[in-house]
Each structure stands twice: as C-alpha cells, then as structure tokens.
Design a protein around this ligand. Structure first.
Ligand code: GCU
Length: 415
C-alpha cells in the first residue's frame, strides 16, 4: 500500500494519551523458563540471546549467514576533500560469490591531520552519497529511488538536482571538525524500498528461490537487509587504518533509525547506538497505540519486517517483545534516543519510555540510564549510558541533534 497511504493515516491517527488502552510490558529480566535475571552474566549468557531470537522471529527476521566472502575495492581517495579538511574515500563493497548483486558504494570522510585513527559514525542515507555531500564530484547514484516531492528524482532515478539534498542531515564539516570520520551508503544499494523491491536486491540474491522466494515467518525483511549493509561497512572499517574500528557509532533517522537500532542489537562492534526519530517499529513502545501503530506500519510497509510482525496488528498484547527490549539489546553500550516535539507520528513519549524501561538491564552492568522518570522539557538532553532528548521542530535530523550525538560519542569513546 505504501507511503501515500501511510502519510494519509497521519491525519486521522489517535494522538490522545487518554485513549491509549492499558498495557503491560513483557518482562525484561525473566527468562522464558521463568528464571530471574539478576546479574550481567545471566543477561549476557541466558536472557540476551533469547531476546535477540524473539526480535528475529517476531519483528525483523533472521539475517542469513550465506553471503560468503566480502570484497572491498577503494575506487577513489581524495585527500583534499571539504576544502582540505578531510580525505574522502569511495569504497565498493561486493560479494564475489554472488555477482548478481551490484554491491554497495560506501563514502567515507576522514578528518585530515589527526594523530590517531578516527572514531567513526556509520549510517545509511535516504538519497545516496551525492545527496549527503555537497561536493559536486561525488558520483550520482544510479539506483532506484523513491519519488520526491521536490521533483529531483525523475523516473525513480537521481538527477543533478538531487546533489546535496540530504546534506542538512549530515553536517560533514561539523562532524569532521570534531575529529570524527563518517561512513555512509545509500540504503537502496541493498534493495529498493517498496513492497517488491527485494526482488531486485540482496534478499533475492541470497535466497535459493531468488525472486520467486516465498517469505515465511522469521525470514528477514528490508530493515534486516539494510542493517546487514551497515555491518559490512564495519567489516571494511576494520581493514582501514585511518579509522578506529573499536569506536564506531551507528546512526539512522526514521526507518533508518529502526535500522540503526536493529544493527546495534545484532552487531556489537558498534560501541554507540543512535536512534533519531525512529518511531513505530523502532524505539517507540508498540503497545502505546498512539500516532503510527503496528496495524498501520505493517499494512503500509510490510516488507520492512518479517512476516510474523503483521500478525500483531491490533494484537500487540500477543507480541512477546516490546521496544524497551530492543534498547536493552544495546546494553551495556551507550545508546541515544532522540525525538522531535512535532513528530507526534513517531510517539516521542513512547520513544522516551522504551529507554526508561531498558534501565534495569543497564543497571546490571553498573550503568546509569536517564536519571529521571519523566520525559524532559524540550531541548533538554538527559541521561548517561541511555540518553534522550526531544528537540523543537519536526521529523528530521538537525545540527542540534548532531551536537548532542557528538558530545555523547566523545564522552563515551574517551572512557
Ligand atoms: C513513514 C513511516 C514511518 C517512518 C517514516 C520515515 O512516516 O510511517 O514509520 O519512520 O516514514 O522513514 O521517514
């Protein structure tokens, strides 16, 4: 059904707290056989694997393990990028055993003049590398793109007019200026973001029945596949001496914020996890039924999730997880959850609450969460290992958001 229908739902959705039915969150610290989890070891060895398996079975699906070798080809190194402040690398990642997949194009900016390898933010983009950067010599993505309101996408392809289009969400000079590298790729390199997109993407390539695959309960969805791409960037970064692969922060906005959370859950090489306005299917508690709901998201975007997730539409109580458990999968690594006050579709309060209810797991590791029980005032960041803010404005990534993420990543990576 797709984007237009989902956008139309925004007008008629429930935004009234008093209409949220009473709910009970699934227990975080009780194992499936009823055991109490009261130590970091019990979480790590017994409960964490169960929770991860629940998200695989019920929400995002299992990531297959059959991709084989991964190749990295550095196609460009520009030492005087961003007016000499950075080195820009373009790296092509491919699967030699699966040549029908066209691969992914990674753009990496590394600050010049650092004496140590740089910590690095890793995140997918909505519009491609040429949209993230304002540098006009970045190759234009040739992949399928969603139509855009301002007409810079023509016949589902980027045009010159789409250069720099996403750059306000990626303040490269500010990030580089603080000593961080940035690695990004276009999420459509993995698969086009529409219900049949998987047929032309990695999910078909890796499944034995290709484009005839019948997706079963527990099989991975698009979010799982986009997340896989972020982990392959981590594979590459482990081979690049200019980056400190022990200091990687995964970041994503909206549907790509859901992707960021799932990446942080599955791949512990990401030492900091950031969810920007990830909303329903991301940080927002699914049981709150306010703004976007499970019923809406699974009808509009069934391909993002595993098939099982659709069965929880108007039936959230039957789902063995809620999103505090997704946040807890990042523990004890620091996680930042950000909301925007006008982004009621994403349920800012529900995003706040998932972090609050993940605190008991962080506490097992001696880590502090928010330090408050109520959602803070607008533009007032809070928290320690679990951090949160709700900023002024709309669904977006702004330099205010990045200021907080940079401060947060710096604080935790310097420990
Ligand atoms: C839609 C969708 C959200 C999603 C958002 C986005 O609004 O309903 O779940 O987060 O698109 O990715 O921008």
């Amino acid at each position: 059904i797709g984007e237009d229908w989902a956008n139309a739902q925004q007008k008629t959705a429930n935004y009234d707290e008093s209409k949220i039915p009473p709910y009970t969150l699934p227990a975080l610290l009780t194992t499936q056989d009823g055991g109490k989890v009261s130590s970091a070891e019990a979480w790590t060895d017994a409960r964490r694997p169960e929770v991860l398996a629940l998200f695989q079975e019920h929400v995002f699906g299992r990531t297959p393990a059959n991709w084989g070798k991964v190749s990295f080809e550095t196609r460009e190194v520009k030492k005087d990028a961003l007016g000499g402040k950075a080195t820009r690398k373009l790296i092509h990642i491919a699967l030699p055993e699966h040549p029908t997949w066209a691969g992914m194009e990674v753009m990496l900016y590394i600050p010049n003049g650092l004496s140590l390898p740089a910590p690095c933010f890793v995140g997918p983009s909505f519009g491609g590398n040429h949209a993230v950067s304002t540098e006009t010599d970045v190759p234009l993505s040739t992949r399928w793109m969603r139509p855009s309101k301002d007409k810079h996408i023509v016949d589902n392809r980027a045009t010159e007019a789409s250069r720099g289009n996403e750059s306000s969400r990626w303040p490269l000079e500010m990030i580089i200026g603080q000593g961080f590298a940035v690695a990004t790729y276009y999420y459509g390199d993995i698969e086009p973001d529409h219900a049949d997109g998987w047929k032309e993407g990695l999910r078909a390539v890796l499944s034995k029945d290709g484009a005839n695959t019948e997706w079963k309960n527990g099989d991975w969805g698009a979010i799982g596949a986009w997340s896989w791409g972020l982990s392959r960037i981590a594979d590459y970064l482990e081979t690049d001496d200019s980056v400190n692969a022990k200091k990687l922060a995964v970041i994503g906005h909206s549907r790509l914020g859901k992707t960021s959370l799932w990446t942080g859950a599955q791949d512990q090489r990401f030492g900091v996890v950031i969810s920007n306005n990830s909303g329903e299917g991301g940080a927002a508690l699914m049981r709150r039924n306010i703004g976007e709901t499970t019923a809406i998201i699974t009808k509009a975007f069934p391909h993002w999730f595993t098939k099982t997730y659709t069965s929880y539409a108007n039936n959230e109580a039957a789902c063995p997880i809620d999103k505090h458990m997704l946040i807890a999968l990042a523990a004890p690594r620091p996680i930042y959850i950000a909301s925007a006050v006008e982004d009621t579709w994403a349920d800012p309060k529900g995003e706040f609450l998932s972090g609050l209810h993940a605190e008991p797991v962080y506490a097992l590791f001696g880590q502090k969460g928010y330090g408050v029980k109520e959602q803070p005032a607008i533009d007032t960041p809070i928290g320690d290992a679990i951090a949160y803010h709700v900023r002024t404005g709309k669904h977006d990534v702004t330099s205010y958001d990045w200021e907080q993420y940079l401060r947060f990543a710096k604080r935790h990576f310097s420990k």
